[in-house]
Structure formats: structure tokens, C-alpha cells
Write a protein that binds this ligand. Structure first.
Ligand SMILES: *Cc1c(COP(=O)(O)O)cnc(C)c1O
Length: 222
């Protein structure tokens, strides 16, 4: 696969769903990828990336932004509260707002900085004990709580359980967003982004299908 191949599949999936291609943002997930692969995708003109680790992103993106100009980088991995300040300064959006203590911290940072990244509330749609995210039954109250803190909640995010069909999880997330008046839906990865687009995804997070497989044994790409 390649960036062009994924863009063309995105366009086909949008056509099948009767949606405008511009209504879906393609986040190229560059975590753990060798720098030359990331540079290659930047050279093809792509300007929206996703990262999972604050440290890796800090080592990579300030330099790349100097080289390539404005690039949007979204945080899609679990965020420790003690890294929230660095994250708020680096990222344009955080897709993993998953607990009240992180909401508190981000609200304080937003107050101090007078700005905040766009936020997505991560929902644990499969109610998996080992997975991050707000449980479905607690999500409406959590969104209300975040709004009371003036946090810019743009939408919801989910990672469906492995080995299960993604579509019911995407449908559930879309329903929860709609009833809370949220327009953003961060859902769909390399293996299921077309189904996510069919269910209304506004942000798909595609890594290996663009960059190739991740090699976690390789030295840090930073
Ligand atoms: C790594 C990651 C992705 C991209 O996964 P691929 O299967 O490589 O497309 C998407 N979303 C999250 C939250 C991830 O951690």
C-alpha cells in the first residue's frame, strides 16, 4: 500500500457512502516508523499525522515542522497526566481524553495557555477491562463534565476489540456522538477504515497500510 492507494480507497468508500471525500481526514499514523518513510509521505504533500508516544513525537515533529512548514500532528496514544503539558504544546488534537484527572489537567493548561488542542473523548465501546477509555454508560456524563470545564470536545474516538467486527462499535460511537451534539468521529484503522467511513468517521487513523509494518525491535526512528 501507499499514501496514494489509501487516498483512492478513501475516495471510493466516501462515494459508496454518499459522502464528500473532504469530510474525512486521513491521519497518517507515523509512530515507530523510520524517519525516511515519514519524510517520504511529507514530500508527497501529506500534512496530517498521528503519534502514540509524546517522547517520540517531541523528538520528531519540531524539526520536521521547521523543514516542511505547518504540519498537523494528533496524539492518538494513551496520555499520562505528567506529559499533558508537553502534549498540549505539541499536538493540534488529542484523541485520548479518557478520564476526569486528564480533563482537569488539560483544563488547567488551557486556562494558563489561553489555547487547547481539539479533544476527542476515547470511549471503551467493548468495555474491555485492559483498554483505556470511558465506559459507554459513563460517556454522556463525562462529556457534560468536560464541557463544564470549557474543554473543546470535538468528538469521540474508539478502538474496537481485536477479533470482533468493528462495524457495531462504529455504529455505537456514531450514535453516542449524535445524541451529545458532537460532529467528530475518530474511528477506523488500516484494517477497517472503509467500514468506519460507512458509519460516519470524520478522522481515520491509518498507519501500516500507508507506511508498511511497524518494527518495534528497530532502534528509535527519532
Ligand atoms: C497504531 C494505531 C493506529 C494505526 O494502526 P494501523 O493498524 O497501523 O493502521 C490507529 N489508531 C491507534 C489508536 C493506534 O494506536
Amino acid at each position: 500500500m501507499s499514501l496514494a492507494a489509501i487516498q483512492s480507497r478513501l475516495i471510493t468508500a466516501c462515494a459508496a457512502a454518499g459522502r464528500a471525500p473532504a469530510s474525512v481526514q486521513l491521519i497518517a499514523v507515523s509512530k515507530v516508523q523510520p524517519l525516511e518513510r515519514v519524510v517520504d509521505v511529507l514530500e508527497q504533500g501529506h500534512r496530517l499525522f498521528g503519534e502514540n508516544y509524546v517522547q517520540e513525537a517531541v523528538a520528531k515533529w519540531p524539526d520536521l515542522r521547521v523543514r516542511f512548514g505547518p504540519v498537523q500532528v494528533h496524539m492518538i496514544g494513551p496520555l499520562q497526566t505528567n506529559k499533558a503539558k508537553v502534549a498540549a504544546e505539541l499536538f493540534d488534537a488529542i484523541h485520548t481524553l479518557d478520564r476526569p484527572s486528564l480533563a482537569d489537567k488539560l483544563a488547567k493548561l488551557a486556562q494558563a495557555r489561553g489555547a487547547s488542542p481539539q479533544l476527542f473523548v476515547q470511549v471503551n465501546t467493548g468495555a474491555e477491562p485492559q483498554k483505556a477509555g470511558i465506559l459507554p454508560e459513563a460517556t454522556d456524563a463525562f462529556i457534560t463534565q468536560c464541557r463544564a470545564m470549557d474543554l473543546p470536545v470535538q468528538g469521540l474516538m474508539c478502538i474496537p476489540p481485536e477479533g470482533e467486527e468493528s462495524a457495531p462499535h462504529f455504529a455505537m460511537l456514531a450514535q453516542m456522538a449524535a445524541r451529545n451534539g458532537l460532529t467528530g468521529l475518530s474511528m477506523g484503522m488500516s484494517s477497517d477504515f472503509e467500514a468506519a467511513i460507512a458509519h460516519g468517521a470524520t478522522h481515520i487513523r491509518v498507519g501500516s497500510a500507508i507506511f508498511g509494518a511497524r518494527d518495534y525491535g528497530a532502534p528509535s526512528p527519532a
